[in-house]
Design a protein. Sequence first.
Length: 310
Amino acid sequence: MSLLLVLALLLIYLLQSNAFQTVNSSYYAHHIRKQQYNNKLQSRGEISGSALYNNKDGNSDNNTTTSEADRLLAKAKAIRESLPQTSSTDKTSSSLSSIHKIISEFSLPNELENSFRLYIDIGREKGTWMDPRWGASGRRIECTLDVSFAIQPQQSLEDGISSETQLVSEDIAAGLMKTVTNKSSSVSQVYKLQTAPYARLRGGFDKMSILDAGFCIESTPSASSSTLRFCIDVKGTKDGDVSIPEGKLYFALPYFGQSKDTNTMALSTKEGTITVKQMGWNTGWRREESRILGIFRAVQLDKAKARDKF
C-alpha cells in the first residue's frame, strides 16, 4: 500500500514538472518573438528607445500601439497638408462656367437686338414635292434655333473703318435672291444673320450644327406688309425616313416693320414655310425646284426663354 502511494506521488510530481516546463517554454518563445519585433521596429525608426525599454517592463502592447497610431496620424496630416486647397468660390465659378457653356451652345445672349427663337417642325406637308418616300411614316423632326436679325457693324480689314453692315457670304446672298419671284418687289441688302452655334434637338440630347446664315426684306408697293426672308446653312440630321438635308434651308415670314412699343421687328405670329432647293421634274423639265420641308414659328427670345426655361 505504501508503495502505491509513493508511485502516485511520483507521478503527480512528474506531471506538474512537465506542465511547468511547457508554460515556461511558451513564455520564453513569446518573449523572444516580441523582442525580435521590437528590434525590427527600432531598425526602421518606427519605435523609440523609451518605448523599447517599456517593452522590457511588460508595457509593450500599449506603447507600441500608441507609437504606431501617432506615426499614422502624422503621416495622414502630412498628406492632407500637401493636397492643393480648392476654395468654395472656385468651385462655384467652375460650376457657373460649365452651365454657361451648356446654355450658350444653343442660345444667344439676351442683349442682342431683334432676337427670336425659331420653333422648327420638319416633316411631310400637304402639296410638297419631296420624294414620296420622304416622311411617309408621319415622323417629324422638331428643334429650336435662336437667331438675331440685328445689323452688326463690320470692321474693314484694309483701313480699319467700320462699314455700315456685316455682310453675308455670296453663296447665301445668291440663294436668297432666287427666292424672290415677284419682279416688282424691292429687296434690301442681304445681312448677316446671327445664330446660335447649334439647333437644339430632342430636348437638348442632340444638336445640329449651323454653318452660315443671312436675311433680307422683300417689299412690295401694293402689299400691306413685307416679307422677311432668311437662309440658314445647316449640317443636317436624320430620324428614320425624315431628314433635314445638309445645305441651305429657306424661311419666309410676313414682316410688319419696327414695333413702336418695343422698337423691335414685328413678325407674324403665324406659321411660316421652310423650303429646300432640289433638282426634279415636277415643273415639266429638270430644274432646281423649291420643295416644302416643314413649317416654323418665330417667338421673341425673352418670352421664349421665360416659357421654355432654357
